[in-house]
Design a binder for this molecule. Structure first.
Ligand code: DGJ
Length: 750
């Protein structure tokens, strides 16, 4: 049983395989948070807490006369209200009909449900009844009748607990939510580090580890999208935690819009974590019986460091977020036209690339931006989702036929949420563009945003994209989004509902994606936000892969993909081999290195294949053969970060299958040094008592200049799993700048 209710102590204890979560209803009906961490028993952990009169921390009225130690300001609560004597950051802030901003939540009951709860209109973890259980705890504001239902989904075997909240106005008067978080956790102590991922366009997922200090620390987005700037995934860990050891929590917000993750360490070192929709652009009025579901948060805890937390998340995202046939079906190796041609192409150019690509074993050709409306650059055409036949020299249908005739599938780029002022759609429906009446809108990439909060807009896009897919034989869609949202205002919402715009926009986006992916299950959708502006678990519910960054420089991609791997599986990361000198950095890296790094993702190419030499084309065949050979290991294996691209000389990472019989170690020298210290890779996930043989992927040795074979590596020898884990093996030295190696490890008989 994953949910244990102790009626004597009024505790709710949730167990996963390796973690425990506990809450308790106290004598005043306040729901306390008692514990989240390493697996333990059902004992009431609040008995171990220390309560004192903290001075200037007021007491609730019922307790004031008898117990001045009883203060919401210093207790660890499960979901905090506002304005009633707890001065810390809060989960819920609402304005009542009388103008007051007080919410005082008390326990009213609970419910246990078989299987995992579902949420209306929002992405979420799904699981069948044998894999999951649900606990719902009901709280209500004492005066207004505002009901807060806390949902906990327990996926015991995966060490995952999901949380969401449903808020219902059970009172008679209107209540306006000003802040409504999805997840709130209080710890009685606070020696934590926060690991978060900041970035910018073309350099996403930079890892930042900071000590939680007294005061409030927060990350978030008010950009209408989850954003390049901060990813809606964080880890919280003990300061001694590293990649393999120590207590660590992971929190992934299943949402693609504005979010905030706040942490407050107070004066008595209690630490509060709050995650939810950002409150800056959020105001939601609930009339009598109205309710609002909040987006889900996935939580996991491990005693075995950041690596273990990442693997828990990889698994739950791969198996319980990603859906449809593409969840387990082998994804095609693609070639994308963007860095090959940008806007400068004709139908013939594209057909030539597709033809060459097909001959080398590439399976899908993607026509990127520039094929529609009057688009010759990024100033026009968004919204006009019909082919520019003059430019292509034929209809979309004909082009798709001619490309498919080369022996390759056909996919297209679209940006349905974008609208150019210079477009037929804008001329017909200016009111569909997001802008505030009487104000000039802020342009970005010279474009506006289509108001996806409007149902007519959603329907129009569903129809338009459906027609496109039906008209041409489209196997793949890259769904891009190239600016942040501002001028937040919807022409259809009344003034008092404008605060709902940002969230309604995301609900609209989710509806469109749900309809299209349901209607066309065989089409592979990849999302993109000018690279990684919408790299989040919410999007992965609809699109199983996301273009990781507009930065295709292999060495920079090492860091971007390293950062992304903390919260997201390899199967989610859109990765391509591009040309050198790299278009963003000018860096020249070996072709083999670019392939090695792109293979740790969905794998594809983004260069003008016609410009490659015959020898390079032969290399593509070998790269594809390697990717195909290790596909299952890479996409579904357990992922281990062995060394970081942020220091040292060599980045090393590993994939290992579940039963520990084979592994693939990848190594890239990001900083080649003369007479360098040896790089040692400890291999994880193998069976200690079994024996293994190591072999170098020959394609990489072929790339070495003559007679300069690597040293340090012992090929063909038989080594125990224990020795490989405890001692590790030496990564072959670098013989060229930015050298990459792939070492395959296979269990063998001795
Ligand atoms: C941004 C994407 O990230 C690129 O890959 C490309 O599709 C461009 N947009 C096209 O405008």
């Amino acid at each position: 049983m994953a949910i244990i209710i102790d009626k004597k102590h009024n505790t709710f204890t949730l167990h996963t395989k390796n973690s425990t979560y506990q809450m308790k209803v106290d004598k005043y009906g306040v729901l306390l948070h008692c514990y989240y961490g390493e697996k333990t028993d059902n004992t009431d952990k609040s008995l171990l807490y220390y309560q004192a009169d903290r001075g200037f921390s007021g007491n609730i009225y019922e307790a004031a006369k008898s117990d001045r130690t009883y203060s919401l300001d210093s207790f660890t609560q499960e979901y905090s209200g506002f304005g009633i004597g707890d001065y810390r950051i809060t989960a819920l802030r609402a304005q009542n009909a009388d103008g007051s901003q007080a919410t005082e939540l008390r326990y009213t009951g609970y419910d246990i449900q078989k299987g995992k709860y579902t949420i209306d209109e929002l992405p979420m973890v799904y699981a069948d009844d044998t894999q999951s259980e649900t606990l719902v705890i009901y709280l209500q504001d004492v005066y207004t009748g505002l009901e807060v239902s806390l949902y906990y989904g327990i996926l015991e075997q995966l060490d995952i607990i999901t949380r969401t909240v449903k808020i219902t106005n059970k009172g008679k008067s209107d209540i306006t939510l000003q802040k409504a978080a999805s997840c709130h956790i209080d710890w009685e102590y606070g020696d934590f580090d926060l690991i978060s991922f900041y970035g910018k366009h073309s350099m996403e997922q930079n890892i930042q580890r900071t000590k939680i200090h007294h005061g409030i620390q927060s990350i978030g987005s008010v950009r209408g999208i989850s954003s390049h700037q901060y990813n809606p995934f964080v880890m919280l860990c003990e300061s001694s935690t590293n990649e393999t050891m120590g207590s660590c929590y992971g929190f992934s917000f299943v949402y693609s819009g504005e979010f905030s993750i706040e942490i407050e360490k107070d004066q008595i070192d209690r630490t509060r974590f709050i995650c939810g929709i950002h409150s800056d652009n959020f105001k939601w009025t609930l009339h009598n019986n109205d309710m609002l579901w909040l987006p889900e948060v996935i939580m996991t805890h491990s005693q075995y460091g950041t690596g273990s937390v990442s693997r828990n998340l990889h698994k739950v995202i791969r198996e319980h977020i990603c859906r449809g046939i593409w969840k387990n079906k082998r994804r095609p190796i693609l070639i994308n036209s963007w860095e090959a041609t940008y806007f400068d192409f004709t139908g013939e150019t594209l057909i030539n690339i597709a033809k060459e690509a097909a001959q080398l074993g590439i399976e899908l050709f993607v026509m990127d931006d520039g094929w529609f409306g009057k688009r010759q650059d990024d100033n026009t055409g968004l919204g006009d989702w019909f082919a520019n036949e003059k430019k292509l020299g034929c209809t979309l249908k004909e082009l798709s036929k001619r490309i498919i005739a080369q022996g390759i599938q056909f996919g297209i780029w679209i940006e349905p949420e974008g609208i150019s002022e210079d477009s037929d759609l804008y001329r017909t429906h200016p009111e569909w563009a997001v802008q505030i009446p009487q104000r000039k809108p802020c342009l970005s990439r010279n474009q506006l945003i289509l108001d996806f909060s409007i149902k007519d807009v959603q329907d129009y896009i569903i129809q338009t994209i459906s027609d496109l897919i039906k008209d041409a034989s489209i196997s793949y869609i890259k769904w891009d989004f190239n600016r942040a949202i501002c001028d937040k205002f919807s022409s259809l919402l009344p003034p008092e509902k404008q605060g709902e715009f940002s969230h309604r926009y995301i609900l609209g986006l989710y509806r469109v994606l749900e309809e299209l992916t349901t209607k066309f299950p065989e089409v592979l959708f990849e999302s993109c936000g000018g690279g990684g502006a919408r790299f989040d678990t919410g999007m992965l519910y609809y699109t199983p892969q996301i273009w990781g960054s507009d930065n295709t420089d292999a060495i920079e991609r090492l860091s971007i993909q390293y950062g992304a791997s903390f919260g997201y599986p390899i199967s989610a990361m859109g990765t391509h081999v591009s040309a050198v000198p790299n278009h963003q950095t000018g860096r020249i890296t070996p072709f083999s290195t670019r392939a090695c790094i792109a293979m740790s993702g969905t794998f594809g190419y983004e260069l003008d294949i016609a410009k490659l030499t015959n020898e390079q084309k032969q290399q593509i065949k070998k790269q594809i053969a390697a990717f195909q050979k290790y596909y299952v290991l890479i996409q579904y294996g357990d992922y281990y970060r062995i060394s970081t691209p942020l220091e040292g000389t060599c980045t090393v990472w590993e994939f290992v299958n579940e039963d520990g019989t084979e592994a693939l170690v990848n190594a890239v020298y990001h900083h080649v040094q003369a007479n360098a210290a040896t790089v040692r890779a400890k291999v994880y996930g193998l069976n200690d008592t079994q024996f293994y043989q190591l072999s170098l992927n020959e394609y990489f040795t072929e790339q070495c200049p003559e007679k300069q074979l690597p040293y340090g590596f012992r090929s063909g020898e038989v080594i125990s799993g224990a020795a490989l884990r405890q001692v590790g093996f030496v990564i072959p030295s670098a013989v060229i700048d930015f050298q990459a190696w792939q070492i395959y490890i296979k269990q063998c008989e001795i």
